[in-house]
Each structure stands twice: as structure tokens, then as C-alpha cells.
Design a protein around this ligand. Sequence first.
Ligand code: PLP
Length: 383
Amino acid sequence: MADLIYLDNNATTRPLDEVVAAMEPFQRELYANPSSVHQFGQAVRHRVECAREQVAELLGAAAREIVFTSGGTEAINLAIRGVLAADPARRQVITSAVEHSAVKRLTEQLVREGFTVEAVSVDDQGQLDLDELAARISDQTALVSVMVANNETGVLMDVERIATITSERGVPLHLDAVQAMGKVRIDVASLPVRLLSISGHKFHGPKGVGALFVRRRTRIRPLIIGGRQERDLRGGTEFVPGIIGLGAAAEAAAGRIGEVTDKVASLRDRLEAGICRAFPTARVFGQAAPRVCNTTNIGFQALEAEAILLLLSERGICASSGAACSSGSLEPSHVLAAMNVDPLWAHGAIRFSLSPFTTVDEVDRVVELLPELLARLEALNPK
Ligand code: PLP
């Protein structure tokens, strides 16, 4: 994969060398079960608890408020189902119209199980309608769950104002912060949020591990019942190498925010400006809203995203689209549909997501190559 230009960092990120190095001994000689009472087990337990502190530090939480999970999806399921199970009298969940499938499909399942789910709308820049959010909260609301940063557009929700609304109404708030970690500072010490989900592989940590922040005194039940691990909130022997890697990634991210995010934002802006210069009809979705530093989602008029991605891939450029292929027809993404994007542009939407590993040369190469690739497509597909 020598000449790869990897601009798909919202799908997953390259693990940092220090993450891989930190994990290695736990895949070899430090294999003890952290629940074992012998010294070997307790040595591993100590390292698991250090990783918990590293994650807590990144979020401004206390270590005992961190529950390790198998990733973002499990953390989200634990947050939503766990709160519903602890408060059976309340049957309503409020979320947004632009959530990741981890929330979207779970809430669709909850509807089938008889719960009420309200998806608050967003404006044409992808920002949540806060008046609608406030109006939908009722004495039936068990939980509000919204994302911090959108995985397709990078648009940031106004989590301070969302948290103010939910805490004034006494409703627990869960934030899906999976796409925000390492890109924006989140401090649960000053943000009145009860639960918050993160995932290792989205911020240069390992896959298959994540965490849920659960504020003290939150009423929540476990999803996975088994051993007494994770303070009884998640049964099962811990994925120790993953947890160690997550801790290392959290420590690196805490030190990186600011300087590195500015660098990534300037590369993203360079890519966006270059593409828009070459294609004046291209549209950048959510451009007027606050966004994370690394994401741009650009719609090319009357072109099919899948075809663009294939041509990019032939040249070693990894990007992505929000569109999902269902029963042979390309459905525009629910995120762009909720933002009322014209399908003529939504069908040709490409997400480029950068990282601190992205270079100026890579960005310039994409800007240089795109016109030729898109000209080939336009020739095949005259308007
Ligand atoms: N939430 C958001 C916003 C995401 O982008 C993703 C993954 O793409 C997830 C949740 C799921 O995380 P995981 O892959 O760790 O299950």
C-alpha cells in the first residue's frame, strides 16, 4: 500500500506507533486475567486501571466513570438501552435526524419494541433545531441521545446548549462523541452530560475497543451480563491489549488537540478550496456550520458517488460516500436528506476525511487528479 492516499479517517484511523507498542506486551507475555488475585493478574489489573485514568483524563472524568466496551456501537447500545432498562416508566427517546446507524438503527429497533422515538430535525447546515428539541422533551423522556460531530459532514452540534436544555429539564443526555475524539476538546467536568461514547479506532487507537463515560449516580443497567467486570456494567473478561491501546491513544490525543487540529483544518481547507476552484458547481455540505477539523463532504453535480470512489480508488485514493446502496438503487444519505440537499448533488457526495498523517502533497495530488477523473465520468454520463 505504498502510494496510498488515505482520506477515509472517519471510517477508521491509522494506529499510532506508541499505541501499537503499548499493546504488544499484552498480546504476548502480559496475558494474565486482570480479575485473577495472583500478582501476575494484579499487575495487569494495574495497567488496565492506568488506561482507565488516561481515558478519564482525556474527557475530564473520574476513572470510576469509565466503562470499557467493544467499541462505539456497544457503548451507544449500553447508554441507550441501559438507561431505558433502569427507568421502565419512561418510554420515550429523543435523538436527531442525522445520527450514525449505531443510534439510528437501535432507535428503529426500539420503536419495534414499543418505545417512542423522536428524531429532531436539523437545518440546511446540519445544525440541530434546539427549539424543537426543547418542545419534544416530556415527562415520558427517558433520554436524549445526540452526536457531537457528524460522521458524514463533520458538522458539530452545539452540545453546550443541548446539555443546558436537557439538564434544565432533568433529562439524561447521552453524547455520541465517536467522531469528536481527538478533534475537539470535551470536558465532562463542565458539560452537564450523563453519558458519552467513544471508540478507539476513530482516534488512532485500536479497533474493537471503546468506552462509555457514565456519570456517577446515573441510573443504568448492563447490557451484557456475566462476570462482575467494569463495576458490574459490562460482563466479560476485558480485552486488555485493546484497553491499553485505547489508553495510549487517549493520552496522545489529549496532548495533540490544538496544534495538530489547526494543521489538519488548514489541509482540509486547502483540499476544499482546490476542489471548488476546479469545480465551481461543487457544494460543500455544512460549510457554514462549525465543523471538526478533518472532514469535508463535497457534492458533485449529477455524478454518482460510487463511480467517483472507484476511479479514486484505482489511483490509490481512499475516500468514502454517505450513500448506501439498497436493493440496487443508490439512496442518498439520510444525513444529506435531513439537510434538504438537492438529490442532484447528494448522489455525488464524497467524504474526504483527513488526519494528522495527511500531507500537503497528498492533498495537492487529489486536487490535481480529480478533474481528469471527473471528466471521464462526465463523458460517460452527459447531463
Ligand atoms: N458513532 C459514530 C458517529 C460513528 O461514526 C461510528 C463509526 O463510524 C460509530 C458510532 C460506531 O463506532 P464503532 O465502529 O466503534 O462501533
